[in-house]
Ligand binder design. Structure first.
Ligand SMILES: [Zn+2]
Length: 123
């Protein structure tokens, strides 16, 4: 059995993009903050594209506009394997998953299972 089982929370992640597109997301989107300040660390290709977009706003229906993107998802349940590794409970193989460090198998409740090669086949 996994220990320290933590049930995944529902998470809302908010990101912003500086959009140059057709109004439906077809075009360019540059990661930025809520004020439209573009992230540092864009690749040189992305910076070239941003420069092009800023010089040609007429080419886009929506230009230089901050767009909020909301991602809502549930974190995976997780627990600690006997080897100490964190195991994320997801359906990796027939509603079971494997510890990435030691190879033990667990069901989605965190109960340890025999390895799949020892499971009986259904006929
Ligand atoms: Zn393990």
């Amino acid at each position: 059995m996994l220990t320290n089982i933590i049930r995944g929370e529902y998470v809302t992640e908010v990101r912003y993009e500086l959009a140059f597109d057709d109004g439906h997301g077809n075009g360019y989107g540059f990661p930025c903050d809520a004020n439209g300040v573009v992230d540092e660390g864009l690749t040189s290709d992305a910076l070239r594209n941003l420069e092009y977009c800023r010089q040609h706003p007429e080419a886009f229906k929506r230009a230089n506009e901050v767009v909020e993107i909301r991602l809502e998802y549930k974190e995976e349940d997780r627990g600690t394997c006997r080897c100490g590794e964190t195991v994320y409970l997801h359906d990796q193989y027939r509603a079971a998953c494997q510890c990435p460090k030691c190879g033990r198998w667990y069901n989605l409740f965190g109960q340890e299972l025999l390895p799949p090669e020892m499971w009986e086949e259904d006929y």
